[in-house]
Design a protein around this ligand. Structure first.
Ligand code: GAP
Length: 453
């Protein structure tokens, strides 16, 4: 993990946010190469799940929605964690982490019925040693903590102007359900896809970009008839891992976890968490949930608007049920980096699939002080970059330039030498095998493009 974090910073993938001011706890910025990799991951998802299908359409909704949305969705009541604080060192923990799982809610309800003295006794029985300072029996009574990020809409700071940054992109896809139905000719089963920011006031962010308070999600709400939910659930169960494989995530490191009753989100009847063997342990990469008709039904009740789907043939009106594959962009980014990172002697190679690598190729003149080589290399670079994002490097020796490109995952390095001037070709070196071949200059675009398919 340390190697990945250090490479990410050194080569401009990910930096600590506001670093000159000491940073902002567990907040990160994506640098020049990070933004490329992140965009390529998002574009690959969008291409596969929106552009290459007839049954899914896109959406890009506002981050701040009418707060009634969060009342109807159950987030104002149900989107919470339980926080426990050590009275000795004042470190805060998620109760779930200390107990090694969920199912704490019933115990909390019971705790609330006790007198303060009995509450303290019960807490001493349940929670022993502080993982931070090792003090025994010094935990305060746990508190419920809503994860929604609050702010004020407009110049008046009062309760009426309180709004929330969305904690999931999903709700807009339910709230806009009717607008999408009315403006497109889409029929069940169909999906709405969205990529965008979500915010959660996490109690314990950490593990680099794994858990942060501001992050991005790639979500699909797939609407189906109730009788078909299991069939579609099974479909998405293999479809998302198949895309993850396409972007280089090691399938052997992906594991399913059936989330038991009592531990699922308030809207879900079935959830599978897909965990990945991150360098810091096996943790959730993405989730697949069966949200039933919970959301559309609640929005109909709360708004008074009809949120049903009308079958054109039978005339039957009903709330479709929903299968939701939901991925975090940053977690996907981290799993991609972890899967791609490799060492070959002292050479670090980021074995990214070419389609998501920041640069598709790098172009070098063999010698920077030979104007004829620089001129031809520059021409190749300028032609190629009309099609692909391509790097230019003329510093230091060629070996060093290769190493620098290997480390950031550039699949091909193109070197222009004296033979190029006579024969109209260039040396193309492959990142993974380090093999070199001569390719005609007028075939370079096709050659690089072929690797992207
Ligand atoms: N709409 C369903 C939903 O939001 P979730 O399991 O709470 O479900 C979905 O979140 C995905 O979003 C997670 O599997 C994870 O990839 C990502 N995610 C959630 N919280 C996150 C956080 N604090 N930081 C980074 N990614 C997060």
């Amino acid at each position: 993990m340390e190697k990945i974090v250090s490479l990410a910073k050194r080569r401009g993938f990910v930096f600590p946010d506001s670093e000159i001011y000491g940073g902002l706890a567990n907040t990160w910025d994506f640098g020049p190469l990070g933004v490329e990799l992140k965009n390529n991951i998002k574009n690959s998802w969008w291409s596969r799940f929106v552009h290459q299908r007839d049954d899914i359409v896109g959406l890009d909704a506002a981050l701040i929605m009418n707060p009634k949305v969060w009342d109807a969705s159950g987030h104002l009541r149900g989107f919470k964690d339980f926080l426990i604080e050590c009275k000795h060192c004042h470190e805060r923990f998620k109760v779930e982490d200390l107990l090694g799982g969920g199912g704490w809610e019933k115990e909390y309800e019971f705790l609330e019925t006790l007198s303060p003295g009995d509450q303290e006794k019960r807490v001493r029985d349940l929670f022993k040693k502080c993982p931070n300072c090792s003090t025994v029996g010094q935990f305060a009574v746990p508190r419920k903590f809503n994860l929604m990020f609050k702010t004020f809409f407009g110049p008046v700071y009062d309760e009426k102007s309180t709004v929330y940054f969305r904690p999931e992109t999903a709700q807009a896809m339910f709230v806009d359900f009717k607008n999408i139905l009315n403006s497109s000719r889409i029929k069940l089963p169909f999906g709405i896809a969205q990529i965008g920011k979500a915010f959660r006031n996490e109690i314990t962010p950490g593990n680099f970009i794994f858990r942060t308070r501001e992050f991005e999600q790639m979500e699909i709400e797939y609407f189906v008839e109730e009788k078909d939910w299991e069939k579609h659930f099974e479909y998405w169960r293999t479809e998302v891992p198949s895309w993850l494989k396409e972007i280089g995530i090691d399938s052997n490191k992906l594991h399913e976890l059936e989330v038991p009753d009592g531990e699922r989100a308030h809207y879900s009847k079935r959830t599978i968490d897909f965990e990945y063997d991150f360098p810091f342990g096996k943790k959730e990469l993405f989730g697949l949930a069966y949200r039933t008709d919970f959301d559309l039904k609640n929005h109909e009740t709360a708004s008074g608007e009809n949120m049903k789907y009308k079958d054109a043939e039978t005339g039957k009106e009903f709330w479709p049920h929903v299968i939701e594959p939901s991925l975090g962009v940053e977690r996907t980014f981290l799993a991609v980096l972890a899967s791609a990172y490799s060492e070959d002697g002292d050479r670090v190679v980021l074995k990214l699939p070419p389609a998501i690598a920041p640069y598709k190729a790098a172009v070098f003149p063999l010698l920077a002080n030979k104007p004829e080589l620089v001129k031809l290399a520059r021409k190749i670079y300028e032609d190629l970059r009309k099609k692909f994002y391509v790097a230019w490097d003329e510093r230091g020796n060629i070996g060093k330039r290769y190493y620098a490109q290997d480390e950031i995952g550039t699949p091909h390095c193109i070197t222009v030498d004296f033979d190029s001037l006579e024969k109209g070709d260039a040396t193309v070196r492959d990142r993974d095998t380090a093999k070199q071949e001569r390719i005609k200059i007028d075939r370079l675009e096709e050659y690089i493009g072929r690797g992207l398919i």
